[in-house]
Every structure is written in C-alpha cells, then in structure tokens.
Design a binder for this molecule. Sequence first.
Ligand code: FAD
Ligand code: DLZ
Ligand code: SF4
Length: 509
Amino acid sequence: MSSRKLVLILGDQLTPAISSLGVADKATDRILIVEAVEEATYVRHHKKKIVFLFSAMRHFADSLRKDGWAVDYVTLQDPDNSGSLTSEVGRAIECFAPNRLVITEPGEWRLQNEMEGWSKQFGLSVDILDDTRFLCSKRTFAAWAEGRKQLRMEFFYREMRKQTGLLMDGATPIGGKWNFDTENRKPAKSDLFLPQPKGFEPDEITREVLDLVDTEFADHFGDAEPFWFGVTPAQANKALDAFIKEALPGFGDYQDAMLTGERFLYHSVLSLYINAGLLDPLDVCKRIQTAYESGHAPLNATEGFIRQIIGWREYVRGIYWLKMPTYVEENALDAQRALPDFYWTGETEMACLREAITQTKEEAYAHHIQRLMVTGNFAMLAGVAPKDVHEWYLAVYADAYEWVELPNTLGMSQFADGGLLASKPYASSGNYINKMSDYCRHCSFDVKQKTGEAACPFNALYWDFLARNDDVLRGNPRLGQVYRTWDRMDLAKQKSYRESAKAFLEKLS
Ligand code: FAD
Ligand code: DLZ
Ligand code: SF4
C-alpha cells in the first residue's frame, strides 16, 4: 500500500522547517491547518492575538500551496468546520483516508494528552515528532534536571551557551562572565527618540480576519485594531532588523525600566513571532551575536538578550514538561482571592496597574517587568488564586501559550510552586516601582506613605503578604533580612500595616 500521510500543523507551528513537514512528501501527503473555535475559546484569547494567529495561519497555508503542497485549510466559518482539532482531524481522515497521521508535538499538555488518544480513536498510526525549534528537547532537560536539588536557570543557561557556542570563546564565556545582569537595571528617561517596534499595514487577508474576529469573538478581551503585527516570516524578519538597528543597543541598560506612555521601550516585541514559528530562536540569537561582533551592540545587551532566549525560554519549557499535568494546580501560598475585575478593564486608581492593563488591552503586549513586578506582583501580594492569574496571562498576551506562560506566571511571578523556579518571591513594595518607573508621579496614591487610605497600596500589601505567609516563607534564606526588619518593627507599626492591607483588600473584594 502506498504511503499517504496527513500532516496536522498547529497555529503556533508556522514554519516550513517544522519537523512534521520534514518527513512529508509533496507528491502523496496532505497538510491540514484548522481554525478551531475550541482553540480560540478554551481561554478567551485577546482579539489581537486571534487576528495575528489566524492571519499568520492563512498566509502560511498560501505559502505552502505556492511551494507545491496540498493544503486543506479549514476556516472558522466553513459550514463543515466541527470546531475542534480532534474532530477536524477525524473529518480529514474520513475524506483523505491516510494511513498515517504526523504531527510535531504541541506546546500544551492538554493537546498532547488528546493526541495520544488519536491512534486508538482513529485506528491509524500517529507519529508525534519532537519540536526541533527548541534547542533543548524534553528528554535532555529531564536528564539535566535528574538528581539536582535545585533547578536554577543560571546553570542550565551555561550548558546552553556551551551547546550552542553563542558568545563563547572556546570553553570560556566572552567577556569573562556568563551574566551581565548587574549592568541592566537602569531607569529610563522620556525621550522623543525612543525606538518603536516595526508595524505593518493590514493586507487583504488580515482585513478579512479582522472582520471575522469582530463578528465571532466580539465579547473577547482587547482591541483588535489598530492591528500592526507582522503576519509573515518576511515581516517578522523586518521587525527583527528594526529591533537590532534601533533598540538592541539599549536593551540591556533599560531592560527593567518602565515609563508612562512608553509601551515597548527597548524591548524587541518578537516573542509572538518566535513562539508562532515566524522567527527561529537560534537564528535570532545568531543575528544578535553578529550585531555584537560588528561593534553595533554592547555585550551587556547582547548577553542579556541571548540569555532570555536560550536560557529562560528553553528553561521554562523544560520545567513545564517536567512538571505537568500537576503543575497547573500548585498553590504553595494557598491564595484564594478572585482576580479583581480591573484586570479586565484597566479601571483602577493605581497608575502602574492602569498603565500595564490598558496597554495589554490595546496591544496584547506588556514587557517583562510590567508582567512580573506590576500585574504579577500585585496579584501575589493580594493573594489572588494562581490559576485565575494564569488564565488571565494565557488569554491576554499575543505571545502566550501554556508551555511558556504557565511557569512564568505560576512559578516566577506567583511563587505558587513554592520556589522551584524562583529562589524567592518577586514581591516588592511601591518603592521598586517608583525606582524603575515614573508611574508614581501620575498616581493618586502616595508611594512615600506607608499606611492609610492615601498610601500606595503596594506598601501595606507587601508587609501583609510576608506576615500572612510567615509559615511558608520565613525559612527562605533570601528572605532572612526582610523578616528581621519585620520582627524589629514595633507592634503598632506592624498592626497599622496589616490593618491598612485588610481595609484595602476588603474594598477590592
Ligand atoms: P524582550 O524583552 O525583547 O526579550 C527577548 C525575548 O526573550 C522575548 O521575545 C522572548 O522570546 C524571550 N524571553 C524573555 N523573557 C522570557 C521568559 N521569562 N520566558 C520565556 N522567554 C522569555 N513570554 C512569552 O513568550 N509568552 C508568555 O505567555 C509569557 N508570559 C509571561 C507571564 C509572566 C507573569 C511573566 C513574568 C513573563 C512572561 N513571559 C512570557 C516572559 C516575557 O515577559 C516575555 O517573553 C516578553 O515580555 C516578551 O516581550 P519581548 O518580545 O519584547 O521580549
Ligand atoms: C492559540 C491558538 C488559537 C487562538 N487558535 C488556533 C487554531 O485555530 N488552530 C490551531 O491549530 N491552533 C490555534 N492556536 C494555537 C494552539 O492552541 C496551540 O497549538 C497550542 O496552544 C499549543 O501551543
Ligand atoms: Fe503603583 Fe503605588 Fe506607584 Fe501608584 S504609588 S503607581 S499604586 S507603585
């Protein structure tokens, strides 16, 4: 019997280099790409994210057809579209009668679990191939993690530097150090010449998708327009070129900075392209290294950027697959509060949260420090249930897929895994936000006041968080100093912090 393969390509696998295509044959095999309502609604994804993915999927299907592949592209509004990836695979199997189904492993446990049942369900062989876009396979990560007491990113990162040879001089790191983060904590100043990420006019395909999203997902969070993301590899490469030229030199210095009205600063806004397949992570790092070698970008920026990709990005994926499916249920601090409504509206008197959430609504983007130290920090201090926080982050960002979002949210930002990923909670009072941003100058709360109605809520919440979680956190060696400060405070001051926090949290509910 001749071989007829059906190759399912998912919405975040949009590259001709995807491993499933590598084993397929244009002459005999069929590609399936599906706009599935279930994928767009299992969390109600941001409208801009759906426009980005559906438009990029349609452009990718066109490019595959031009390259000679037989592609079945099922649009959301196709009357025969049954709504889920599983049921659409079933329908394609009936039409095309393949004798094998080939897929590159998905990025989410939920789908991997479903796919593992497909062979039995459909009565044919299913090959689930490694996703070779990642530099560290799940098996390699599990072997690295085996027997280690602590899974610190820094040590994993050094292995990845050696494996890729990026910024290496033989066995030694270029510049004599692995990590230049101490140079990367400067606050930024408003400046007319701040770089902006490269934007693109929506073409006809994107316009059609904008209309579709407007009708089908009208009740989802976020603004679809103005839509300026790239939707093809060529556009994503132009965005990379523009980032390298204009923003990379400042990326390191201002990595942790935040400024009112400046949504992107020196960040790359490339994660959505890398995660969907429009840019290859290793190629991106090589381009960044070339910019360093030509003298265009300093080492602290280059190393910082490469660390985010071959370090953090690979590391969180490894943690996700090592710890799922139970990871999503972890709640080490037993946080139970519902996510405040203002996360969906941006309507709050707290300027830092208003800025971060409003730009999230308009751009489906916030940079790392906004995600970690503003929206994440506040949710953790207020004791919001980590699963609610996770579902919010998964829905609202254009780059969010569970493999990358969940460890960042539940582990790094909420400390819900009890310290597997972060050696201490990323908790801070208003002081940190004031140091790294100008938000406090635009806020109706006073960052210098510690307690009372006019005081910055982060101040009392910070101490209340530490006092509330004393039994879990006090033993953490990195928190010794803060607990000593708390212990030295007189009882009246402690009481006043706790009462201020209580009054604030009661109003929040
Ligand atoms: P830049 O600041 O320009 O960084 C360069 C690249 O490094 C990014 O494009 C990204 O590919 C990678 N990167 C940087 N930090 C991380 C990280 N911690 N983990 C993985 N990759 C990283 N990133 C996502 O891609 N998807 C998510 O759903 C996501 N959710 C997050 C949730 C929380 C609570 C936090 C604290 C972080 C999250 N991140 C997530 C990581 C990081 O915030 C984003 O990758 C980054 O803000 C994307 O913007 P950028 O492309 O401008 O990044
Ligand atoms: C995120 C997403 C959305 C919104 N829509 C689709 C879709 O219609 N079809 C599809 O194949 N994939 C979609 N995706 C991406 C998948 O949910 C993604 O493959 C998983 O989140 C795993 O990373
Ligand atoms: Fe945020 Fe507090 Fe500063 Fe207001 S004063 S912007 S709430 S940190």
